[in-house]
Ligand binder design. Structure first.
Ligand SMILES: *Cc1c(COP(=O)(O)O)cnc(C)c1O
Length: 236
């Protein structure tokens, strides 16, 4: 484990945390410590995750089941929470529930039910964010997510599952538009959800390129990869 790599990651982490703080303070004076920084570790080796854990990071984001399951098994000695942030194939959902503390990408009733089945096998709770499509009406950017009008039904199903906890909503800003406009739409969906599910106040929004806009809009969880770990070595 190279000292140089550790120094780079440590410096990046300090910078990202400071930017989250500043964005939170500039918007509504809330403390940045109220924002959970999920460090997206996809494609990075276990040695980097050990460095992050050493530096106090407790929330790791992964987007592929195979890779996430292997890392969770190999790093079982670390005190960390695994956040699954990639598209959930419904045939993998129950296995994802075997290690994920949170799934940010629940986009259908079918996925929710399968996660619950997996959670029951392992007798563990899984926090669920409903991934909402932030495409402007009529457009499809392929960035995933449930149509806004399907959110209430998915939410009711999650809320009715014994081992799923409805945490809130998640969104990925489409390209070709100010991220803040997309995140404002996500916050509006969140407010609507809260009317029926008052505890489901989580808003997972923001990546390396736009997390400050997300925090200013009201994000409670940001998912940041490259700003902490550098440019990913391969596609992800
Ligand atoms: C990869 C990924 C991120 C992190 O992206 P960076 O630009 O590296 O910060 C966040 N959210 C999702 C859903 C991702 O797949």
């Amino acid at each position: 484990m190279s000292d140089q790599r550790r120094d780079t990651i440590a410096a990046n982490l300090v910078a990202v945390r400071a930017r989250v703080e500043a964005a939170a303070a500039s918007s509504d004076g809330r403390p940045g410590s109220g924002v959970t920084l999920v460090v997206v570790t996809k494609t990075w080796p276990a040695s980097d995750l050990r460095i992050l854990s050493d530096l106090g990071v407790r929330d790791f984001g992964e987007n592929r089941h195979q890779e996430a399951a292997e890392k969770a098994a190999n790093l079982a000695d670390l005190d960390v929470r695994w956040h699954f942030i990639g598209q959930v194939q419904s045939n993998k959902a129950s296995r994802i529930a075997g290690y994920a503390a949170a799934v940010h990408s629940v986009d259908s009733v079918r996925v929710a039910r399968r996660l619950d089945a997996g959670a029951q096998q392992g007798s563990r709770m899984v926090d669920c964010f409903i991934q909402v499509s932030l495409d402007p009406a009529g457009a499809s950017s392929g960035r995933g997510g449930a149509a806004v009008e399907t959110v209430p039904e998915i939410a009711d199903v999650i809320a009715g599952c014994r081992l799923l906890r409805l945490a809130g909503v998640m969104g990925v800003a489409p390209l070709g538009e100010e991220a803040s406009a997309a995140y404002d739409r996500l916050v509006a969906v969140s407010r609507q959800l809260e009317l029926e599910h008052p505890l489901a106040r989580g808003i997972s929004a923001g990546m390396s390129g736009d997390f400050e806009a997300a925090v200013r809009a009201g994000a409670t969880h940001v998912r940041v990869g490259s700003a902490v770990l550098g440019r990913r070595p391969s596609l992800g």
